[in-house]
Design a protein around this ligand. Structure first.
Ligand code: ATP
Ligand code: MG
Length: 347
């Protein structure tokens, strides 16, 4: 069986370092490993509209922003198909047929959707499109017969829902769809990177992000304002690591080489943590180190991004070509699905 990747992002804003450590960096490694037969990276504009239907300008504007983030991180259009979800109308058709295979109570149980509903203040007026987006996500994944979906932890319930739909479809009709496997980050800190405010998740919708496109000065300000241990007031005080965002970011980003380059008094993160918890190490010193680490990783990305941003029509052309190619694949799957469901009357 072919090894196929599908993953993507909502064009609700530029991408941030949570995306980078949670998914983007891994995608680039998987792409360059040469182990996958096909890689599809989707800009999920139709999904973004489910909770931004009244703000189409925002979604439109962020199509090229997300594409720039992709390519500046190393996603290469000659190896990965970059495409726009709404161009593939076959995905909407698949969603409609899959809706028959999912119950309302099953949708209501989805913990990520539950927390997103309360975060967006939808409460009693939940748009049906938003509520059912896990089904449309199943369509995205299965249309490409993806075997592997590299995502952050918040996406686990969506992949589980997809697997259930696949099993239900295949047993009701015919063995057409492929059950995907999730690929989570292997580093705990990258599963769900917190925001700079210490909130559970860095998220475009919460405005607590360090963006890949932020200037060094913006990043410095954000790092310096980051949430640490509120009880760590004087340098001599022992500091807590739990819930300390600066250390979570170091867990996600730094390696021993960073110490050799930027903080040679320590050989590794464990040593720095030990000093912090014992007392005698100030937040400013740790933040300055984090800033240096982030710069080392993000500087080349930002510079590539600035280059690519000079030719937006070329970026849009790449997305168009990718969308045409992706559509053919989705159309093939849709034909198989319709044949299995016996709704191919004229063939
Ligand atoms: P929105 O607020 O519009 O939902 P988002 O910031 O949650 O935006 P998505 O486009 O929903 O971003 O997520 C894209 C991918 O990035 C998913 O695989 C998701 O798991 C991953 N991801 C998003 N935020 C984080 C984070 N803070 N840490 C790790 N992974 C993340
Ligand atoms: Mg999200």
């Amino acid at each position: 069986m072919k090894k196929i990747i599908l993953t993507g992002d909502r064009p609700t804003g530029r991408l941030h370092v949570g995306h980078y450590v949670g998914s983007l960096k891994r995608r680039v490694e998987l792409q360059n490993s040469g182990e996958y037969d096909e890689i599809y990276i989707m800009i999920a504009d139709a999904q973004a509209l489910t909770d931004n239907f009244d703000n189409p300008e925002k979604v439109r504007k962020n199509i090229s922003e997300v594409a720039l983030d992709y390519m500046s991180c190393g996603l290469d259009p000659s190896k990965s198909t970059l495409f726009v979800q709404s161009y593939i109308s076959e995905l909407t058709e698949l969603t409609f047929y899959y809706m028959n295979l999912v119950t309302l109570s099953r949708l209501k149980r989805n913990p990520t959707v539950k927390s997103e509903i309360s975060m967006r203040g939808f409460n009693t007026s939940i748009p049906v499109g938003f509520f059912t987006y896990p089904i449309s996500q199943a369509a995205d994944i299965t249309a490409f017969k993806a075997t592997t979906v590299p995502v952050g932890e918040d996406q686990l319930p969506m992949i589980e829902q997809t697997r259930e739909i696949v099993r239900s479809f295949n047993s009701t009709y015919d063995e057409v769809l492929v059950e995907p496997n999730v690929l989570l980050p292997d580093n705990q800190a990258c599963m769900r990177l917190p925001g700079i405010d210490g909130k559970a998740k860095m998220s475009k919708s919460l405005g607590n992000c360090i963006y890949l496109s932020d200037s060094p000065e913006d990043i410095r300000k954000k790092v310096m304002s980051m949430y640490t241990d509120p009880d760590h007031i004087r340098i001599e005080d022992p500091g807590k690591l739990e819930g300390n965002t600066v250390f979570t970011y170091l867990d996600a980003f730094c390696n021993d080489e960073h110490f050799a380059n930027h903080l040679p008094d320590y050989s590794c993160l464990a040593e720095l943590k030990e000093h912090y918890t014992k007392g005698g190490l100030g937040d400013v010193k740790v933040k300055k180190f984090l800033y240096a680490v982030l710069m080392e990783e993000l500087d080349p990305i930002r510079l590539r991004r600035e280059e690519l941003a000079k030719d937006i029509p070329a970026v849009m052309e790449i997305l168009k070509e990718g969308s045409i190619k992706a559509r053919e694949v989705a159309a093939n799957t849709l034909s198989e699905v319709k044949a299995a469901m016996q709704i191919n009357y004229f063939e």
